[in-house]
Write a protein that binds this ligand. Structure first.
Ligand code: SF4
Ligand code: SF4
Ligand code: FES
Length: 505
């Protein structure tokens, strides 16, 4: 990308040619206030907050409509600029209800933020505020407060330019102008909550998140959405790792730009505290992790001693990270020497994978099918089908079944089928983050694992892009990563072998 030299407040900067001045200034430490400008949308020039003085131009200019070119010289801090910004903000607040204490946007609101820096403080407005409808239900996901809206038109442009659903518009004139939907029909489609993300004030709020938590109590961890093979980049907003409240899209030009779908937004619910297995269980009774591993190692000991480890069957899914898959394959194929690995037909999912709605969502519902195929190929693992597993359970060629179960209910039909085939003599181990999975196998040994949004590792998306998940928190102290569980199992196994040798000598 060609570079050009511009000058902001007397400082010469080298920036990308054609870059929007708001972004170029911000990247170099100069904040230009803005509401209507959003880098993912067209320019509206509507809010008049981004005024700058440009050398050679007698009138103030809006920075959001300026592209960086060689020799551009602007000032963002002259008395003329600060006065104009102050008055723009004052006009935005004329009819604002100032109901911050009950507003979900408090703590991340553009009005609050700029008021502290550019507020007029002593208002000269004496007229009564124009009252407008509040708590307007405009769709499955979104609630509108027309009084809080500053008519920046970001949401309108999103539905016109990105989701292409065009439901939103600005209606009426002057101080009666309001945001609304055409014929009061609701927002549609799978991308509604993006308008909440981009609304710079508390006018559009998410039904799922509103009144759930104050944003200043939330921490953020970077992850990848688990909802499909697109692998949208997300920030997980959680309270001290104990409760996840929402997912927000994280910018990645190559994958999801600034957006994500509503289906993906709720994937955090399967990772949340109320659906989680918090303790290891054997036959429904809680036991410490070390004892659970010892019970597992004891059952494997019999198979190892009688050279019957090929009776171990392992059910896996493309929900695991590449690192988890490697540790599973190394433990069961390399160390324990079984070749019985089963899964859904991931190859078919990958072959048929396509964009479902012409935007982000894809038909393959797993985040790491490509990683799953790549890792199994590298480790020379031959994957068999659910039908092969059912047959093996019926014929009792499997006596020790390991089910590595992700969160989410998509796997449940398979699990239910498998549970009906399992015989009392077959030892079942479930590695799962979720409570519901173990109800199908009441006598099994169940070990809690980390949920998708607690994991570190890599996954490969539909476009063969390898992406990282960042481990930021652990909801339950008894849950372990798959790698740790495999390590603990092998160590318990080695200890048993050692003590056997000592006894033999
Ligand atoms: S609802 Fe929000 S995004 Fe839409 S115009 Fe009003 S302030 Fe802007
Ligand atoms: S498109 Fe797929 S990866 Fe992106 S948010 Fe939706 S479900 Fe998640
Ligand atoms: S950000 Fe420039 S006019 Fe709104």
């Amino acid at each position: 990308m060609a570079k050009v030299k511009i000058t902001v407040n007397g400082k010469e900067l080298e920036v990308e040619a054609g870059k929007n001045l708001v972004d170029a200034a911000e990247e170099n430490g100069f904040e230009i206030p803005h509401y209507c400008y959003h880098p993912g949308l067209s320019i509206a020039g509507q809010c008049r907050m981004c005024y700058v003085e440009q050398e050679g131009n007698p009138k103030l200019q809006v920075a959001c409509n300026m592209k960086c070119s060689d020799g551009l010289k602007v000032k963002t801090d002259t008395p003329k600029v600060t006065d104009a910004v102050k008055w723009s903000l004052e006009f935005h607040l004329i009819n604002h209800p100032i109901d911050c204490p009950i507003c979900d946007q408090a703590g991340e609101c553009g009005l609050q933020e700029y008021y502290m820096k550019h507020g007029k403080y002593k208002s000269e407005m004496h007229e009564e505020k124009e009252l407008k409808p509040k708590v307007v239900d405009i769709g499955d996901q979104v609630v509108l407060d027309k009084e809080r809206c500053i008519l920046c038109s970001r949401c309108v442009r999103f539905t016109q330019e990105i989701s292409k659903t065009s439901e939103l518009g600005i209606f009426s004139r002057g101080d009666r102008s309001v945001i609304g939907t055409v014929n009061d029909s609701p927002l549609t489609g799978n991308y509604q909550t993006n308008v909440v993300d981009i609304c710079p004030v508390g006018a559009l709020t998410s039904k799922d998140f509103r009144f759930e938590q104050r944003v200043w109590f939330l921490d953020e961890t970077q992850s990848i959405c688990s909802g499909c093979s697109k692998g949208c980049n997300v920030d997980v907003h959680h309270k001290k790792g104990k409760h996840i409240y929402r997912l927000k899209p994280r910018y990645n030009e190559q994958v999801n730009s600034y957006w994500m779908c509503d289906k993906g937004r709720v994937t955090y619910k399967d990772s949340n505290f109320d659906r989680r297995l918090s303790n290891a269980k054997l036959g429904g009774v809680d036991l410490p992790h070390a004892e659970a591993i010892a019970a597992w190692a004891a059952d494997l000991k019999v198979l190892i001693a009688t050279e019957r480890t090929e009776e171990i069957g392992v059910w896996i899914t493309p929900h695991q990270t590449n690192e988890e898959l490697v540790s599973i394959f190394e433990t069961f194929a390399t160390q324990l020497k079984t070749n019985k690995f089963y899964s859904e037909s991931v190859e078919t999912l990958v072959q048929k994978d396509e964009a479902v709605d012409g935007f982000l969502l894809r038909s393959d519902p797993y985040p790491n099918s490509r990683g799953f195929l790549k890792t199994s190929k590298e480790k020379k693992i031959k994957l068999q089908s659910i039908e092969d597993l059912i047959k093996a359970l019926e014929k009792e060629t499997i006596s020790h079944l390991v089910i590595i179960c992700p969160e989410g209910e998509r796997q449940f039909p398979h699990m239910s089928r498998i549970s009906q085939m399992v015989k009392p003599s077959q030892f079942v181990v479930i590695l799962t983050p979720q409570n519901a999975a173990i109800e199908m196998f009441p006598s099994a040994l169940s070990l809690p694992t980390l949920s998708h949004y607690e994991k570190a590792g890599t996954m490969i998306n539909h476009a063969e892009i390898s992406q990282s998940l960042e481990a930021g928190f652990q909801m339950f102290k008894e849950s372990r990563s798959i790698q740790q569980t495999m390590k603990d199992l092998l160590e318990a196994q080695a200890k048993r072998a050692e003590s056997r040798e000592r006894m033999a000598n």
